[in-house]
Design a protein around this ligand. Structure first.
Ligand SMILES: [Cu+2]
Length: 93
């Protein structure tokens, strides 16, 4: 009984990790400036409320995987100097 309860706790904890990704919609991709404008929901990892803003990207290849209008889930981190960079992004189908 204790063991099955533990398994249940592990199983319910896993989706919570996935939910740390923020929801967003791509507004603009600027390959020259290497930035993405995203209308985003709350970003838990950096404690940011919903807004539309410009992000730098961790990897320029990310710019090839998304386009304006795409619905995405992503994570971001705050760099010294105030820049916010997208560290991970995936399109939602
Ligand atoms: Cu923001």
């Amino acid at each position: 009984m204790k063991r099955s309860l533990l398994m249940l706790l592990i199983a319910t904890a896993l989706p919570a990790v996935a939910q740390q990704l923020a929801d967003g919609e791509i507004r603009r991709v600027d390959k020259k400036a290497r930035t993405i404008t995203i209308k985003h929901g709350p970003i838990q990892s950096i404690d940011m409320p919903a807004m539309t803003m410009v992000f730098d990207v961790k990897d320029p290849a990310m710019l090839d995987r998304v386009k304006a209008g795409d619905k995405v889930r992503f994570d971001a981190e705050m760099k010294a100097g105030g820049k916010t960079i997208v560290t991970r992004i995936e399109t939602v189908r």
